[in-house]
Design a binder for this molecule. Structure first.
Ligand SMILES: [Zn+2]
Length: 307
């Protein structure tokens, strides 16, 4: 369409009609995200969580993905949000204010904000601008000031961190630094972090090389191997895997997309134990906890079918 031929009234009408369609589409997108979330389908598509799916699989920026997740989940609790999104009375960043405040309330008081409270707050911020909404949300929950942590990657790829820690944690770090003063020459917290981090990585991933085995040892090894076949994987196998694979090996069979998450990794039997899979290194793989659970759920379905 040649927009140049439209006069100013026609252009005004056109953008209003397009924006209205855009809001309807947004509502449809939120309902679709809600369905994918409730059925945890992102796991099957090869992503460890909904956020990663929307960013890496769909192409949203981190902020856009989080706002859509917040809105899709609120839509599940407060269905009237749908009309407000379609009419434009409530914007996504206002929804995120409510959801973030609810998370903060839970963090500080362990009290869950109810759907009724969220609905009430939603009415209060309807048709308000962002600053007015911020004030409404803060006074509604009477939230204490929470110092947020910021993390900024700089030009040389170093990371600038700014965080607030409790007095108790600061005291504990000081005590640990004193105990490690023989090993760390400075009292710089960065040196301390590096030392502790190196120790954790070494402890979790280093594999001891076995000494030459004499005949008695090899009998023991055979026995151990037999035991290993029925028991779970040894710590050594886990460490070898953490060195080799380093991340979740789950792949969506349809697209080949691999999860690659490095969080909450678990050692899994490729061929499950109930299907006579052995606890030998060749049958081991790393899966994140979410995908390990997905595999288990799918296989337990299969297991019952085969019985
Ligand atoms: Zn995974």
């Amino acid at each position: 369409m040649n927009l140049k031929i439209l006069n100013k009234f026609e252009l005004d009408q056109r953008i209003k009609s397009l924006v209205s369609k855009e809001r309807e589409l947004l509502h449809e997108i939120l309902l679709t995200i809600k369905e994918i979330d409730q059925r945890k389908l992102y796991l099957e598509y090869g992503f460890a969580n909904l956020f990663l799916y929307l960013v890496e699989g769909i192409g949203y920026s981190a902020g856009s993905a989080q706002r859509r997740i917040d809105a899709a989940r609120l839509l599940g609790e407060v269905p009237s949000l749908g009309e407000k999104i379609q009419s434009g009375e409530v914007k996504l960043h206002q929804v995120s204010l409510i959801q973030k405040a609810a998370r903060d309330v839970y963090k500080t008081t362990h009290k869950k904000v109810t759907a009724e409270e969220k609905q009430e707050l939603l009415e209060q911020i309807t048709s308000k601008n962002f600053q007015e909404s911020q004030k409404e949300v803060a006074s509604f929950f009477d939230l204490p000031v929470i110092e947020t942590t910021t993390q900024v990657t700089q030009a040389d790829e170093s990371v600038r961190l700014s965080l607030t820690i409790s007095k108790e944690l600061a005291d504990k770090i000081q005590q640990a630094q004193a105990l490690l003063s023989h090993a760390i020459s400075s009292n710089d917290i960065v040196d301390y972090l590096e030392y502790v981090t190196d120790r954790v990585i070494k402890q979790k991933t280093s594999v001891k090389v076995k000494a030459d085995t004499n005949s008695r040892d090899s009998v023991n090894e055979q026995e151990n191997a037999a035991i290993m076949e029925v028991k779970s994987f040894t710590a050594r196998t886990k460490k070898i895997l953490l060195n080799k694979d380093q991340c979740c090996q789950y792949k969506d069979p349809a697209t080949g997309r691999q999860c690659l998450s490095r969080w909450f990794l678990q050692t899994d039997h490729k061929q499950s134990r109930w299907a006579e899979g052995k606890s030998v290194p060749e049958n081991a793989q790393l899966l994140c906890a979410q995908h390990n659970r997905l595999k288990y759920r799918k296989e337990s379905g299969l297991k019952y079918l085969s019985q």
